[in-house]
Design a protein around this ligand. Structure first.
Ligand code: ATP
Length: 720
């Protein structure tokens, strides 16, 4: 087994790549990646093949493969599989072909006539059992995460029993001192009792620390799993299901913090002690009889009634307060994003008015919630004090009127225990405010979980490793959420290898058609398929990999230029990045900046011009080497020179036989296509070979011919 760092690198690549290959798998957490790395290094340093396979077993099990089976040969029936060679490292076997195997390793995808001898193989096909690791509802997620951590709660409950039993000692000690030590002046008994109670106090303290540490650990675990689960759900929401308000959506996601703060609140820890109120009541009953016990019982019931009486109002205010705060967040996002337009149009005052109105509602609801919490708190305090006084009074009455029964030590012990019974009630108001917030946060998150996901209701999405690009649409209708139909297509077929240009007036549905072809949106009616398979049946991850989509509004993300170019790419080498940048002309921007590829890019791509952003997006797309190219106005913000270069870059990057669909208003781009479709909201108006359609348009109104309009190239495929 070699010790080269590149051997480790092949396994690191495998760790990053595998979750994407079978998309039902969970991505590897940083912690798991570190564990995997540690095991790998031990195996490689010790030159132990067994340990190497054990390390890869760890990776597979972490990713959801129940019991990895290693074989000496790859079986076509159980692909995809991973191959491990002790010297060459890890790779993925995707497909068996008539002449060999399609494999993928850190260097990219390749065809091999035979798999490297000495490799062993384990299938990862079983790992994508649907619904195994993904929760369908928010409630399932919360329950699942609680279940995963239940052993910690059992330990915390055991610690609670010990703590509460030890807590009895103080009251019993007091009783013994009053009833035995003082009357008999037994100092040695006092010393022994005091030593005993001191030990029990220390043990109680230790127990409390231990319980807090256990719960802390459990809550941290739950926190990680919940935030992971919620964000993962967000990433899987189908595009046409996403709420139109970014603010509301981010508010809904952020509201998860409320649940966390509820789950980690100190009062919740103390609530664990609540069931022990029953134990204390039993002890009071044994010490002082039913009349005295009725006092804490009556106050406990009364406090609970008052507390829960406040609950409904609290939840109502929490809900409307949260709604206002989500809308405030939405307004904030919109204002920051549109600051330039707001300033230029002098509309600041409108936004300020809306902000003030939302703030007013938000503050009012918060105040009401706080007042309710405070008043419930005052009542609880009043109950505790009254219970104490009444217990002493009733105890004294019972002691005075009955013979040989209750002693003064017994009364003091009972009053201490009664305080313990009512202690959780004092926590109730604060807890209820947090509960009200957590409940409305739960409702928000439940809404998020109700939105349909990619591959909705498809039991096992299909894996595709290559797309021919034959699209077919039948009786297609599409409407954005709760709106009118914006696109109708009775019948449209695109053959593999065709290069199609889509023209049409503003708002005629060109971009919408392209979005539907990506499979990110689903039609309200009718069907859309690629290579004979309904788009929704194909795994979203596989579609994203094989289907290149360049949207009209190019979005870049905070980070460096390199981060943006490599977004989602794995195994792309620096040479490939440089070559793609040379091709599109992005290289001149890189060379012109002191930081080169590390050029910082701010949120949303600020720092680059519109045309530069498009160049980055185009280069990114070229680097992903898709099978099908869906381009929406790829050069809309470019000047003529940049556009000409972008056209050449596209021409050079598209392989013969690949399908391309291009939406454009720019005649120059039409040189890339050999078929033109003119779209209207009511469907396809014109469809035919480029020259014929352009001539037809020119007869109606003159159109500028593309600057250079070469004859359709052989590899562009035939025209319809
Ligand atoms: N996210 C959206 N939510 C609601 N309606 C939308 C959305 N996007 C587009 N529309 C509507 O759908 C219709 C078609 O829009 P689309 O963007 O597909 O047109 P287009 O032909 O690409 O226009 P353009 O040439 O201006 O880019 C328009 O009437 C538009 O108002």
């Amino acid at each position: 087994m070699s010790e080269t760092p590149s051997l480790i690198a092949t396994f690191h690549w495998l760790g990053r790549r595998l979750p994407q290959v079978t998309d039902a798998l969970q991505p590897l957490s940083l912690h798991a990646m570190a564990q995997f790395d540690g095991r790998l290094r031990t195996a490689i340093d010790g030159r132990s093949e067994d340990k190497l396979f054990a390390a890869v077993d760890y990776l597979l099990i972490t990713l959801g493969v129940k019991s990895p089976q290693w074989r000496d040969e790859a079986l076509a029936a159980v692909l995809p599989a991973i191959g491990v060679h002790p010297d060459l490292g890890g790779y993925i076997v995707h497909q068996q072909t008539t002449t060999g195997w399609m494999i993928e390793d850190a260097g990219g995808s390749r065809h091999l006539s035979q798999l490297p001898p000495g490799s062993r193989f384990a299938s990862v096909a079983d790992a994508s059992e649907p619904g195994e690791t993904l929760y369908r509802t928010a409630a399932q997620l919360f329950k699942g995460v609680l279940k995963e951590n239940r052993r910690f709660f059992v330990l915390a409950a055991i610690a609670s029993v010990i703590i509460n039993v030890l807590a009895l000692m103080t009251s019993l000690y007091t009783m013994q001192v009053y009833d035995r030590v003082i009357p008999s002046q037994g100092l040695s008994t006092l010393y022994a009792l005091t030593a005993g109670v001191a030990i029990s106090l220390v043990l109680e303290l230790v127990g409390k620390f231990a319980r807090a540490a256990i719960l802390d650990y459990a809550i941290r675990n739950m926190d990680e799993s919940l935030s992971h689960g919620i964000f993962q759900r967000l990433l899987r929401i189908r595009m046409d299901q996403l709420p139109s308000s970014v603010g509301t959506l981010s508010g809904q996601l952020r509201s998860y913090e409320m649940i966390r703060s509820f789950a980690s609140s100190v009062s919740l820890y103390l609530l664990v002690d609540a069931p022990f109120a029953l134990l204390f009541l039993v002890v009071i009953l044994m010490l002082a009889g039913p009349i005295v016990t009725s006092v804490p019982v009556a106050f406990l019931v009364l406090a609970l009634i008052i507390g829960f009486g406040h609950r409904q109002a609290m939840e109502r205010h929490a809900k409307s307060g949260m709604r206002a705060s989500h809308r405030k967040l939405g307004l904030l996002v919109e204002t920051v994003e549109g600051a330039e337009v707001i300033k230029a149009s002098g509309a600041g005052w409108r936004f300020l008015n809306r902000w003030n109105e939302l703030s007013r509602v938000n503050i009012e609801e918060d105040m009401k919630l706080r007042h309710l919490g405070e008043s419930a708190g005052y009542y609880a305090g009043f109950m505790q004090q009254s219970a104490y006084v009444l217990l002493v009074a009733v105890g004294a009455y019972v002691a005075s009127t009955s013979q040989g029964g209750l002693t003064s030590g017994g009364i003091i012990a009972c009053s201490i225990l009664s305080g313990r019974v009512l202690q959780p009630v004092g926590m109730l108001p604060g807890l209820m405010v947090q509960w009200a917030n957590a409940r409305s946060a739960m409702t928000s998150i439940a809404h998020l979980f109700k939105l349909k996901q990619d591959n909705h209701e498809v039991g096992r999405p299909m894996s595709v490793h290559r797309l021919e690009g034959a699209f077919e649409m039948r009786d297609l209708e599409f409407a954005y959420r709760d709106q009118d139909v914006v696109l109708k297509i009775e019948s449209l077929a695109i053959q593999p290898g065709e290069r199609v240009g889509i023209l049409g007036t503003v708002g005629s549905g060109k971009s919408t058609l392209l979005k539907l072809m990506t499979g990110m949106y689903t039609p309200a009616k009718g069907s859309i398929s690629v290579d004979g398979i309904d788009l929704q049946q194909i795994s979203r991850v596989h579609l994203s990999e094989r289907l290149g989509y360049l949207p009209q509004d190019t979005r870049l993300f905070a980070g460096t230029l390199r981060d943006n170019l490599l977004l989602g790419a794995i195994g792309t080498t620096d040479q490939q990045v440089v070559a793609a940048c040379e091709l599109t002309g992005l290289a001149s921007i890189v060379k012109g900046h002191r930081k080169g590829f590390d050029l910082p890019i701010a949120e949303g791509g600020a720092g680059l011009s519109g045309g530069q952003r498009q160049l980055v997006a185009l280069t990114r797309m070229i680097l992903t080497t898709p099978d099908v190219w869906l381009l929406d106005e790829p050069t809309a913000s470019m000047d003529d020179n940049s556009e000409a270069r972008a056209i050449e870059a596209l021409r050079a990057s598209m392989v013969a036989g690949q399908t391309m669909v291009l939406v454009t208003h720019k005649p120059a781009l039409l040189q890339l296509v050999d078929r033109v479709i003119i779209l209207t909201p009511n469907g396809v108006a014109v469809d035919g070979p480029r020259t014929q359609v352009l001539n037809q348009i020119t007869r109606v109104r003159p159109i500028r011919e593309p600057a250079s309009m070469p004859a359709p190239r052989a590899e562009m495929g035939g025209v319809a």
